[in-house]
Design a binder for this molecule. Structure first.
Ligand code: SAM
Length: 375
C-alpha cells in the first residue's frame, strides 16, 4: 500500500471515537520504512497541533524500592532477594524536591514499589510538606491502594496519579501479575478519576505472550479511558525475574505504539520514557519525541540509592547528576527544533487554551472514565 493509503487509515483512526481494530492492526504491522515515516510524521503533526513544541519536564524521586508484588517482569518483585531495599525519609525526599525546584521544574513525581506497609499518613505529610513551600504539581505513582488512601492524598494536595494497566488483555495480565487482579487495577483507575486526579496509565511493549491484537486492545483501552497521561515503554528483561531469558520489547513496535497513542489521544501528555532511553544501551528518546511524545522525566533520586531502584538493567541517566540530566534534555530538545517547557504541564482539559490552539479545549468528564473502561 502506498503511503497515501496509510494516511487515509491514520485519518480514520484520528477521527474515530472507536477506532477500527483492523486499522490499528494494519498500522502495527508496518514494516516498510516509508510507511513508518508516514506514521511518525502524522503523529508528530498531531503532537505539534495539540500540545505544541515544548518538552515538559517531570522530576522523579523513586522514594522506595520495597514491593509486595511479584510482577513477572519487574526487578523490584519481592522474590528478588538479591536487591537491597531502601525507603527515603521525609527529609531526604524534601531535599530532592528542593533540587527539582532549583532546576526550575514544576512537577514532582513520587514513585515507589507497592509497599505493604506504606503509611498513608506519612505520605500525606510528605505531600503536605511539599505543598507548604512549593507551588508545584505533585504526581503519585505508588500502585494499587484503597479509595480512602487516594482520597487522603488528594486532599493533602496531590494532583496526579500514574498507574499503568501494563496490558489491557485480562488473560495476559493475570499471567504476569500473580496474586493481583485486572479488576482491582481498573477499580483503582476509576477511583482516581472520580476523586479528581489527573490520571495517567500506559503499557509495556514486548511482554511474553503479547500479540498485535493485545497491543491494539491497549490502544482501545487508552482511547476509552480518556487518560490525561499515557506512557508506552518497552519491556527490558531483568535477570532476577521469571522473564529473564525473554527478548526486550521491539523499538520499532514501541515507536509505532507511541505514534498511534498520540493520533488516538491527541491531548494526552506522553513521555519519552527512561526505558526507551535505556533499551540496548542507546538513548532512543529522540525517536519517541519525534513520534508524538512531549514529556521527559529527569531522575532526582539521590545518587546513593538510585541504582537500587532496579526495575530493569542499564537504566539510562543513572550516572548523571540531575543537573546534567536536565542539560542533556535541553540539548536533545534543541537539536530537534523543540524547547524545554518548565511549566506545570497540567492536563489540557483543565487549561483554557492548549499550545498552538486559539480556542478553549472541550473539557472531558471525569465520570466518563469510569463508564468507559468497561464498555
Ligand atoms: N508500583 C507502582 C505501580 O505499580 O504503578 C510503580 C512502580 S513500577 C516499578 C513502575 C513501572 O515500572 C511499571 O508501571 C512498569 O511498567 C515499569 N517496569 C517494571 N519492570 C519493567 C521492565 N522490566 N521493563 C520496563 N519497564 C518496567
Amino acid at each position: 500500500m502506498a503511503s497515501s493509503g496509510i494516511e487515509t487509515i491514520l485519518e480514520r483512526i484520528h477521527a474515530a471515537e472507536r477506532p477500527d481494530r483492523a486499522d490499528l492492526s494494519r498500522i502495527l504491522r508496518i514494516a516498510d520504512p516509508v510507511e513508518m515515516a508516514s506514521l511518525t510524521g502524522y503523529a508528530d503533526a498531531v503532537r505539534r497541533r495539540f500540545v505544541g513544541n515544548g518538552v515538559l519536564l517531570r522530576g522523579i524521586i523513586e522514594f522506595s524500592n520495597v514491593c509486595r508484588n511479584t510482577c513477572q517482569y519487574c526487578g523490584l518483585n519481592r522474590r528478588n532477594t538479591r536487591l537491597a531495599r531502601y525507603r527515603l525519609s521525609r527529609d531526604q525526599i524534601l531535599t530532592a524536591v528542593q533540587n527539582i525546584c532549583g532546576a526550575g521544574i514544576k512537577t514532582i513525581v513520587l514513585q515507589s514499589g507497592e509497599e505493604d506497609n506504606l503509611d498513608a499518613d506519612w505520605l500525606r505529610e510528605v505531600i503536605a510538606g511539599i505543598r507548604s513551600f512549593l507551588d508545584a504539581a505533585v504526581t503519585l505513582c505508588v500502585g494499587e491502594r484503597s479509595r480512602e488512601e487516594y482520597r487522603i492524598w488528594k486532599e493533602a494536595g496531590a494532583d496526579r496519579y500514574l498507574l499503568k494497566i501494563e496490558t489491557s488483555d485480562p488473560g495476559l495480565y493475570r499471567g504476569l501479575h500473580p496474586g493481583m487482579s485486572f479488576e482491582n487495577r481498573t477499580r483503582c483507575l476509576e477511583d482516581l478519576a472520580a476523586l479528581g486526579y489527573q490520571v495517567g496509565s500506559g503499557n509495556l511493549v514486548g511482554l511474553k505472550g503479547q500479540t498485535v491484537a493485545s497491543l491494539a486492545g491497549d490502544l482501545e483501552f487508552f482511547k476509552r479511558g480518556g487518560f490525561d497521561m499515557i506512557s508506552v515503554s518497552p519491556f527490558i528483561p531483568h535477570s532476577q525475574t521469571p522473564l529473564a531469558g525473554e527478548p526486550a520489547g521491539d523499538l520499532e513496535m514501541t515507536v509505532k505504539m507511541i505514534a498511534l497513542t498520540r493520533i488516538l489521544c491527541p491531548t494526552a501528555h506522553i513521555p519519552a520514557s527512561t526505558a526507551i532511553g535505556s533499551l540496548h544501551g542507546r538513548d532512543e528518546r529522540p525517536r519517541a519525541l519525534a513520534a508524538g511524545a512531549n514529556v521527559i522525566m529527569p531522575n532526582f533520586t539521590p545518587g546513593d540509592v538510585r541504582r537500587l531502584y532496579d526495575i530493569y538493567p542499564g537504566k539510562a541517566g543513572c550516572d548523571l547528576t540531575p543537573q546534567r540530566g536536565v542539560a542533556a534534555v535541553e540539548r536533545m530538545a534543541t537539536a530537534m527544533g523543540r524547547w524545554v517547557d518548565y511549566a506545570r504541564g497540567d492536563a489540557l482539559r483543565l487549561t483554557r487554551t492548549a499550545p498552538g490552539q486559539d480556542s478553549p479545549r472541550e473539557a472531558s468528564s471525569d465520570a466518563g472514565l469510569a463508564k468507559a473502561l468497561y464498555n
